[in-house]
Design a protein around this ligand. Structure first.
Ligand SMILES: *Cc1c(COP(=O)(O)O)cnc(C)c1O
Length: 458
């Protein structure tokens, strides 16, 4: 095992993460605790089913000591659950506290699985789901024709306005005329704060399930710098746990409603959504839960409940504003004219005539990692995107502040200037230009090494 190249490659990846700056808004650096839980013997354990809910009231879930006294092995298909049951209940109770939910399902293997389970819990094949247009900032799992969900359900899309906000009028018109079973608010490339109250009011008129996919901003909600949809009339919130929430790769479903025994077959009512979701995750769409990942989720939720996490969330937003200002003052045109969260969308094509893909590749050469992103105006789908998407969750974890944000904006301007000079993406690797990239790369590396990863800290 010692000579297995896999471990060399892991070490090299660790170096890449240390020496570069991670600007992909959906990535982050986990703590040593999260990493330890993930790499533990819990991966050996099968535990299909759920930890017992018998005799536990919603209030008990808020009290970690109380729930550990309960009988533990009622709804599992295997023996030996004594420890994993306690771990999973810790994850559940911490998630509920963090997001003001009546119920949490911590088993979804990913954000995509979490969304599919909710659709499966509430909809029949052919039912309508109203969600954000992918080209306007929605996610693949919100109805992209290449997904399984889109073959089963009938997705209808609303879009954004030219100013980059949700087109609420269009959303309302479509909701009233199409009467979807679910109205979904959530996005991967959107930098405004949604008006949950307004959408909830529309949804209640037609009895739709109100679902928010907060995969990107869950950490901002946990840290108190972004409204929580569950406090504003929404019944279901799905999220990933590895983006701003800074946990292991995974999914999570939070809901409001009845949390009675999952043994009785529940009626399909909005009130029963939590039970319907449990059954839709397992056995509906998944097999055995990843208890090592669930343990890491519990650790991450515990971290997010600490006061320091609120400071972290505040700094993410502060840094994103500083980065946006730094870019705009250097001539970059931003979608929506700035940001209200952790994420910035730059229209590189309109700003400097450079394609998003060329800019992404050039920034890779200097150790700044982000991704090219389609903008609403891009007709040919994501093939030749005009924009790049970047964000501050990861670099804020490293402890960087507004001064470093301005430096990053300056490097991005220098790189885009070189791109303008080079002209064609194919010539990026031309030896002639390497010294210019290398010079910036050295400066990036130097700054990165001054801010260690959480797993390197003593
Ligand atoms: C990232 C993301 C997902 C999917 O998460 P995975 O864990 O990659 O499956 C779902 N919805 C939104 C809005 C996302 O940004």
């Amino acid at each position: 095992m010692k000579n297995d190249p896999v471990f060399d490659l892991i070490n090299q990846e660790n170096e890449r993460q240390r020496e570069g700056l991670e600007l992909i808004p959906s990535e982050n650096y986990v703590s040593t605790g999260v990493l330890r839980a993930m790499g533990s013997v819990l991966t050996n354990k099968y535990s299909e089913g759920y930890p017992s809910f018998r005799g536990i009231t919603t209030d008990d879930f808020w009290d970690e000591d109380k729930i550990s006294e309960e009988k533990l092995t009622n709804f599992r298909y295997y023996g030996g659950q004594v420890n994993v049951d306690r771990i999973e209940r810790l994850a559940i109770s911490r998630a509920m506290r963090l997001f003001h939910a009546d119920h949490a399902n911590v088993q979804p293997h990913s954000g995509a699985n979490a969304n599919e389970a909710v659709y499966f819990a509430w909809c029949e094949p052919g039912d309508k789901i109203l969600a954000m247009n992918l080209a306007h900032g929605g996610h693949l799992t919100h109805g992209s024709p290449v997904t399984r969900s889109a073959k089963i359900y009938n997705f209808i899309a609303y879009g954004t306005t030219p100013e980059g906000d949700i087109d609420y009028d269009e959303l309302e018109r479509l909701a009233l005329s199409e009467k979807p079973k679910i109205i979904l608010v959530g996005y991967s490339a959107f930098m405004k704060v949604p008006d949950f109250d307004r959408v909830a009011k529309i949804g209640k008129k037609i009895g739709a399930l109100l679902m928010a996919d907060m995969a990107h901003v869950a950490g901002l909600i946990a840290g108190g710098v972004h409204p929580n949809p569950l406090d504003h009339g929404f019944q279901v919130m799905t999220t990933t746990t590895h983006k701003t929430l800074r946990g292991p790769r995974g999914g999570l479903i939070l809901s409001k409603g009845n949390v009675a025994s999952p043994l009785k077959k529940p009626e399909k009512t909005l009130e029963n959504i939590p039970i319907l979701i449990d059954r839709a995750v397992f056995p509906g769409t998944q097999g055995g839960p990843l208890e090592h990942v669930i343990a890491a989720k519990a650790v991450a939720f515990g971290e997010a409940l600490q006061p320091e996490f609120q400071t972290y969330a505040k700094n993410i937003v502060k840094n994103a504003k500083a980065l946006a200002d730094g870019l705009m003052s250097r001539g970059f045109i931003l979608q929506g004219g700035g940001t209200e969260n952790h994420l910035v969308l730059v229209n590189v094509k309109k700003s400097f005539g450079v394609s998003g893909k060329m800019f992404e590749k050039a920034l890779d050469l200097v150790g700044l990692t982000l991704n090219a992103n389609a903008l609403p105006e891009d007709k040919a789908a994501a093939f030749r995107p005009s924009g790049v998407r970047l964000g501050t969750p990861a670099i804020t974890t490293r402890g960087m502040g507004v001064k470093e944000m301005d430096k990053i904006a300056e490097w991005m301007k220098q790189v885009v200037d070189i791109c303008v000079k080079i002209g064609e993406e194919e010539k990026l690797e031309d030896k002639k230009y390497q010294p210019e990239f290398d010079k910036i790369h050295t400066e990036v590396k130097k700054l990165a090494l001054k801010f260690p990863l959480p797993t390197e800290r003593k």
